[in-house]
Design a protein around this ligand. Sequence first.
Ligand code: V47
Ligand code: SF4
Length: 397
Amino acid sequence: MNSTHQIETLLADKNLSDNHRAIAQKVKNGERITFDEGVYLFEKGELSYLGVLANYIREKRHGDHTYFNRNFHIEPTNLCVYDCKFCSYSVLIKERSDGWEYSIDEMLNIVKSYDNQPVTEAHIVGGVLPQYDLEFYSSLFSAIKKHRPELHVKALTPVEYHYIFKKAKVDYATGMKMMKEAGLESMPGGGAEIFDPEIRNKIAKDKCNAEQWLQIHEEWHKLGMRSNATMLYGHIENFTHRVDHLEQLRQLQDKTGGFQTFIPLKFRNKDNQMSDVPESSVVEDLRNYAISRIYLDNFDHIKAYWAMISRNTAQLSLSFGVDDIDGTLDDTTKIYSMAGAEEQHPAMSTKDLVKLIKAVGRRPIERDTLYNVVTDFQDVEFEDDIKPRYYALPVLK
Ligand code: V47
Ligand code: SF4
């Protein structure tokens, strides 16, 4: 049954409540749902109902196309001046004895290790350190672009930018312009956590607040550049906080149109200061993807980050509004394996990704960071593959 038929069948169901029907009708008509309707969906929307609505939107926008990219991650350091309660790899600098801290040359060597590999993106994000300042990151971005001009640099979040701009005494607009000139091409979605000030203060005290996070994205979008957005969910927030977060993103997107992708991030509870908080169930994760797809009517893409939610849930999510499952990242990303994600060495070859997508009847499309199609893998046989790579991390004394 196709997705139009499914939503029509749903609307024809005499047992559907008036509220469920009104929302389904809005989705069918391509109309925006309200804040209260968002909360209603979180409270009362059954998984199967939400799946029909979200899949209808997904297929209207993208058909069966399911995007991924060939990227690698660089995490400059796992040390951090902040102390987010959910973070499994950052312990306050002074307490850390098993940290790493890459120099520009070491990070350039990581980039060089992918020479001759068909990767299109370097995703760079890690902890916040005073010595990683505006000059350091400008030099890093320039060095990467000089070495491999066609490699897209997607790096850092407003958490780092707020910190380094404040230290360098430059305003957000000037700072983002400097980053662009140095070689930054897009911003990943991290650091958003949850916007509600009370909850944010409890779990991510001291780092940039919601307003600052949104302002930095706005300045970046004003330069004609693109970025992603995330939401850390399934911890101590409630449904209203989630809708508030989605609403603030939707409003900024109305203003700038600069967001490409929304990535819900499931809270993982291993080895952090919130280990007593239970994790959300897979059903709740799928409901959250679906509601995000329904609410964010001005976002093109919803991404499931497979390294965090497992390959099986990533496959399921493709029927609940998700159209992107990130990339062929490898063991250079530690933040989730350390927080308890199923993937202890998150590496997937292009072949694995394509198989995973085809196994649930979708069409695998390799994209670049800006969603230009690189290869449609529907009928493609493989001749190349990225080999998973492992790095020995330098250990601080
Ligand atoms: O901001 C940290 C989250 C984010 C935990 O833009 C945790 O394409 C769950 O933003 N449980 C960084 N989440 C990662 C990120 C990202 C990932 C993939 C793709 C993109 C993109 C962006 O990771 C942080 C924080 O919200 N995080 N610890 C944890 N225990
Ligand atoms: Fe630092 Fe980011 Fe971890 Fe917060 S989530 S402690 S800002 S690395």
